[in-house]
Design a protein around this ligand. Structure first.
Ligand code: G1P
Length: 289
């Protein structure tokens, strides 16, 4: 039985330049899809998967994330005294247990691998999940829970994967697939952002990972990869052969909320998935066709 995954890292240091001016003074992870910030979706998905400790790798100007996951005394007191119990319960439900959250600053934007490495002292010698809040997945059972259920059988390193259009490979980590067993695809190779003509497949890595702790030693070597950045993809590729490594073809629809179109589409899809909104939203959408 593999060591259980109890901790998760959330890299939230990125500048969010694609959403300026919205992100001038607000972290991009606080952008709402319908009425919930992107980072809250990621934290909720981790909680559903049984994660107990939440490590945020932040940067300057990200304090709103800490405030969001904190007790909001004045707001809660006001909602309580006005009898707004539903709103109060929503606010209370945002917060993991006291002491379950840790924040560490990345200090310099040296890449995703470096951001994950910055969380190492909070992880120690356990496996850890990594969730990129930009990748939002709509499904009854969250993507990380699906992965952890599969991990309990196979262990090792695991990445969420999906098939993308072949001309899109330069936006993703891409795997060389091996044996396929249901939703699991053996990873035989992994490369960051290959040009379509160099891509080993069209199975792209989506922002959900389960990492064994030995990846931190590799990340600590600070080897630069694609774009001169310290890439998580490269560190994982160097772990091939040391332990099982699988891609997991998750169930659900994924939205790239790092792009404007993906973010807008996520808002529509998540609204259409809500009983309180779907009829009104479907009705106004018809007026645009
Ligand atoms: C990161 C990873 C990449 C992965 C992608 C998923 O890239 O480096 O391997 O496919 O997330 O969203 P980024 O989108 O941060 O450039």
């Amino acid at each position: 039985m593999p060591v259980p995954v109890r901790k998760a890292i959330f890299p939230v240091g990125g500048l969010g330049t694609r959403f300026l001016p919205a992100t001038k003074s607000m972290p991009k992870e606080m952008l709402p899809v319908v009425d919930k910030p992107l980072i809250q979706y990621a934290v909720d998905e981790a909680r559903e998967a049984g994660i107990e400790e939440f490590i945020f790798v932040t940067g300057r100007g990200k304090a709103a994330i800490e405030d969001h996951f904190d007790h909001a005394y004045e707001l809660q007191d006001m909602l309580s005294s006005r009898g707004k119990i539903d709103a109060l319960n929503l606010v209370k439900a945002t917060i993991p247990e006291p002491g379950a959250l840790a924040y560490v600053r990345q200090q310099e934007p040296l890449g995703l691998g470096h951001a994950v490495w910055c969380g190492r002292n909070f992880v120690g010698s356990e496996p850890v999940a990594v969730l990129l809040a930009d990748d939002l997945i709509l499904n009854g059972v969250g993507c990380l829970k699906q992965m952890i259920d599969a991990y309990e059988t196979v262990g090792g390193n695991m990445v969420a994967i999906m098939e993308v259009e072949p001309e899109q490979t330069a936006n993703y980590g891409v795997i060389t697939p091996g044996d396929i067993d249901g939703r699991l695809v053996e990873v035989r190779g992994l490369v960051e952002k290959p040009k379509p003509e160099d891509a080993p497949s069209n199975f792209a890595v989506i922002g959900r990972y389960i990492l064994q702790p030995n990846v931190f030693a590799d990340l600590g070597r600070m080897e630069q990869g694609a774009g001169g950045e310290i890439q998580l993809t490269d560190a994982l590729a160097r772990q091939l052969g040391l332990q099982p490594f699988n891609g997991f073809r998750f169930e659900g629809r994924r939205f790239d909320c790092g792009s404007k179109v993906g973010f807008l589409e996520a808002n529509i899809a998540f609204a259409l998935d809500r009983d309180d909104l779907k009829d009104d939203v479907a009705a106004f959408l018809k007026t645009y066709t």
